[in-house]
Ligand binder design. Sequence first.
Ligand SMILES: Nc1nc2c(ncn2[C@@H]2O[C@H](COP(=O)(O)OP(=O)(O)OP(=O)(O)O)[C@@H](O)[C@H]2O)c(=O)[nH]1
Length: 190
Amino acid sequence: MLVGDSGVGKTCLLVRFKDGAFLAGTFISTVGIDFRNKVLDVDGMKVKLQIWDTAGQERFRSVTHAYYRDAHALLLLYDVTNKASFDNIQAWLTEIQDYAQQDVVLMLLGNKVDSAQERVVKREDGEKLAKEYGLPFMETSAKTGLNVDLAFTAVAKELKQRSMKVPSEPRFRLHDYIKREGRGASCCRP
Ligand SMILES: Nc1nc2c(ncn2[C@@H]2O[C@H](COP(=O)(O)OP(=O)(O)OP(=O)(O)O)[C@@H](O)[C@H]2O)c(=O)[nH]1
């Protein structure tokens, strides 16, 4: 499932991955939720990804909440040209903590790196934030395709590995990473 503020490029990232194209021009905000399937070859095995594209707008939040619990993986996006979308990552993580499965595969993506002139979030800031929460991190561009296949393939590999394992204690537990105001827990990495 793709999540993050409105306009960070979730739909474009999915279209780039699915069709290898970039939706230039008018920005049409997603209404509610949408999905697309893509079959990937992961180390000789066919993995079918059902990828859900959520609306970033606040008014659709209750719709997307209902889908979190069935998601095996989340790609959390911000836009490197939009500081507010980066600042909101903490709020998204809190939301993920509230609604997603504890052992959900989670990756942080800083999108629109092709817009070098407009960049306001440095790569190091993204890396620092990801490190703080123990998350894998990549910078992407739906426009040029940079790291798009890589991000989805990394998630598909992790999901395939997990599906082949005997169930045990989740080794990635989001609750270990989230710091929540008023709960006194500061962030710590195991
Ligand atoms: N330069 C550049 N523009 C991008 C990129 N990805 C998306 N955009 C542009 O950003 C705008 C928003 O893209 P969307 O993919 O619709 O954003 P979204 O996150 O799905 O937005 P919501 O549906 O409202 O949640 C569009 O005008 C895109 O053309 C990118 O990698 N580089």
